[in-house]
Design a protein around this ligand. Structure first.
Ligand code: HEM
Length: 518
């Protein structure tokens, strides 16, 4: 009895001393948050999905303030919800907040031990991979060299839509088109549809397996013994992925060697992402990438670019169907720019379409494909808003909270593209809006700071080009009785709970002149 009394008193004294210490030295205090029963509480938080967490966060922020800590698993997890704190962290202290937390065990299998851009620790390899993608593939000149592929994919998309009878499942068709385009950019534009489909099947399996295999991560290394079969399944999946992608990488390697033997470069040869990876030399290990590492980087490229763009197109088209007057305004603007009878909207026409650009930005604000950016981590203990952010913490930034902040946006829940036009009638270009939040964060669909999405310009181009052509070629209408449900569900991105199914009618020259915005 005496022993228990002594233990309880000691614990109380320790708690009191800790509280006093935190009061005197607030810089050593974590951001506030709910008290969690050790171990059990941590486990309960860890089991929650991001959308479940999102539903409890508003109450927690109301109680504890804009920066809070939840004890999830063994690490403190910090959530930041206001634009000024996000700016302080990601932009003003960009280098400190640019790290990523250790990936769960199953993700390490797919990312080859975080040897990619999105999961890579902030260091020389990450810098090398990111710089390679940015300068070799995403530079304006290189992006231009893929315009033939974009047009080819547009043709595929339009012909699939034309041949579809009944309501169009927009996400399925557009998702496939986007995937085709990224495959061509990744492995060269000589692949046929059959090969593309083979890649799609295996990549889809990997993507959908993340959630299925996630439970293995709760058990750490013990899980490899307890759930041996499941682990084997995951390793087999990785082998299947390599079996499909490595031959494509080797084919590019062969082609490169043949090209080097020839004088000058063939006009037909367009550099692919896989080509650039074959040349890379890891700075610290002083070696080239293994085929497995190239597979992980290629897979990241395909998925990062495809799903975010396809999801956003679906949300934008849903709004254009729900609000026909906005669709009519987009169409009217295109009619004023492209030549009469033009078959397609060309990429160079997009610069003259401020309303289209405003629709795209409003789509990204109102329906960002992720309600959080990818989890960040700090390179060293640091202080934000007077609180300690320890090196082992995971830091999450709330994208959607900022998009819907009434202090930033008037009637934030409404889909109103005009908010991105200048007051003098819409001359403002999309470049004028600070989408990367460098000066000030008003929304952050692409993140901000050192880890900002490197593909944001390409993403915007894809959204503008394909939405413009979809509206130019067809009039989009809701199926009778469907008022277009805009509720969300969380999958690998924030998707429409009821995927958009819309009716299309080709715009003939006759209807072209009739459509007017109200
Ligand atoms: C609508 C289109 C897109 C959206 C909304 C989007 C959004 C995002 C977001 C929110 C992040 C995380 C930022 C952070 O952690 O702070 C990200 C990272 C990334 N995105 Fe995108 N993205 C899009 C298109 C693309 C495209 C077209 C590519 C490549 C061709 C791409 C490649 C990447 C990569 C490699 C990263 C990891 C960056 C890093 O960790 O350094 N994304 N993207």
């Amino acid at each position: 009895m005496e022993k228990w009394f002594f233990i309880i008193v000691s614990l109380c004294v320790a708690a009191l001393l800790k509280a006093l210490y935190d009061l005197v030295f607030p810089r050593n205090r974590l951001p506030p948050g709910p008290i969690t029963v050790p171990f059990i509480g941590n486990f309960l938080w860890l089991r929650k999905s991001f959308s479940e967490l999102e539903s409890v966060l508003p109450d927690l922020h109301a109680k504890y303030g804009p920066i809070i800590t939840l004890r999830m698993g063994s690490r403190p997890t910090i959530f930041i919800s206001t634009k000024s704190l996000v700016h302080q962290a990601l932009v003003q202290n960009g280098a400190v907040f640019a790290d990523r937390p250790p990936a769960p065990l199953t993700h390490r299998v797919i990312s080859c031990n975080q040897q990619n851009i999105s999961a890579g620790v902030y260091g020389p390899n990450w810098r090398l991979f990111r710089r390679n993608l940015t300068y070799e593939i995403l530079s304006p000149l290189r992006v231009k060299s893929y315009s033939r592929a974009r047009k080819w994919v547009l043709d595929i998309l339009l012909s699939r839509l034309q041949n579809h009878s009944g309501p169009i499942p927009v996400f399925d068709h557009f998702g496939y088109a986007m995937f085709c385009l990224l495959v061509l950019m990744c492995f060269g534009d000589k692949l046929g549809e059959k090969q593309i489909q083979e890649i799609e099947v295996v990549e889809r399996k990997v993507l959908f397996s993340y959630a299925r295999f996630n439970s293995l991560n709760f058990w750490g290394r013990l899980g490899k013994i307890l759930f041996k079969k499941r682990w084997e399944e995951l390793l087999q999946l990785r082998k299947d992925q390599e079996a499909v992608l490595i031959p494509l990488i080797k084919a590019r390697q062969q082609l490169k060697q043949e090209m080097q033997g020839k004088q000058g470069q063939s006009e037909d040869y367009v550099l692919s992402y896989a080509d650039t990876l074959l040349d890379l030399q890891l700075p610290e290990e002083n070696r080239k990438l293994t085929y497995g590492e190239i597979v992980s980087l290629c897979s990241e490229f395909l998925n990062a670019a495809t799903h975010s763009t396809s999801t956003t197109v679906q949300w934008i088209m849903a709004n254009l169907v729900k609000y026909p007057h906005i669709q009519a305004k987009v169409y009217e603007e295109i009619s004023g720019v492209v030549k009469d009878g033009a078959e397609m909207v060309r990429e160079e026409d997009l610069q003259k379409m401020p309303y289209l650009k405003a629709v795209i930005l409003e789509g990204l604000r109102r329906h960002p494909p992720g309600h959080f950016v990818l989890p960040h981590s700090v390179t060293q203990d640091t202080v934000l808003d007077g609180y300690l952010i320890p090196k082992n913490a995971t830091v999450n930034f709330r994208v959607m909270e900022i998009s819907l902040d009434p202090k930033i946006w008037e009637d934030p829940k409404e889909f109103r593209p005009e908010r991105f036009l200048s007051s003098n009638g819409g001359g403002e270009r999309e470049e004028a809006f600070d989408i990367t939040g460098t000066r000030e964060i008003k929304m952050m669909p692409f993140g901000a700071g050192r880890r900002v999405c490197p593909g944001y310009n390409l993403g915007l181009l894809h959204l503008e080009y394909y939405v413009a052509n979809l509206v130019w070629k067809f009039e989009w209408k809701a199926v009778e009785g469907d008022d277009i449900d805009l509720s969300e569900k969380e999958e690998f991105a924030i998707m429409m709970k009821s995927p958009l199914q819309a009716l299309i009618s080709p715009r003939s020259m006759g209807t072209r002149s009739k459509v007017t915005a109200t």
